[in-house]
Design a protein around this ligand. Sequence first.
Ligand SMILES: Cc1cc2nc3c(=O)[nH]c(=O)nc-3n(C[C@H](O)[C@H](O)[C@H](O)COP(=O)(O)O)c2cc1C
Length: 191
Amino acid sequence: MLIDLVRKNRSFRGYDHSRKITKEELLCMVEAARLCPSSVNIQPFKYYLAYEEDKVFILQKETHWARGLPEMTLPHPGKEPTAFIVICQDQRIFESLARFQKDVGIVAQTMLLQAVEMGLGGCMIGNFNAASVKEVLGLEEQMHPLLIVAVGKPDEEIILTDVGEGGSTSYYRDDEDRHYVPKRALDDIIL
Ligand SMILES: Cc1cc2nc3c(=O)[nH]c(=O)nc-3n(C[C@H](O)[C@H](O)[C@H](O)COP(=O)(O)O)c2cc1C
């Protein structure tokens, strides 16, 4: 059921480092993205696949995780993702980056749902420096990194909870490193 995949599809920040991800698995994710809706069907995105150890290492250093838990180093050392997909906009196809901000969310979520169905998981990473990523990957001038999707075999527990009395939506961890993510109740989001 789709709703089960959506529930399982959390933002994982801890992975089994021994489980490498293959190029074929990443291609399966991009195949799902390829079929997504696109504004005026322009499809300006291109995908950089990182699954070799050196490329994954380079990208890991570019990504910033869990701004909501500044006291923690996440992923914990040794629990980093084992692959990344960098969603880029090919500005030769369409120059304006603002125009495709919605499209990028659609392809990212679709790729992650595909990953979950394959027994994997990931995390969208918006917190990175695009110019720096472009440089370390040696991307062409008109290839602009929009969003990075981390991929791996999740190795941490994430629990969805309801937003409590105080109304806080901040995620948090308990002493055993279980990660809690408050979601607003259905009644509270219907107008
Ligand atoms: C567009 C976007 C960008 C995100 N960027 C980051 C990021 O840079 N680093 C990070 O650790 N998490 C990032 N996240 C993950 C969110 O923190 C996460 O979705 C939120 O805490 C809710 O958790 P959930 O995805 O498990 O429901 C991002 C999520 C989205 C949708």
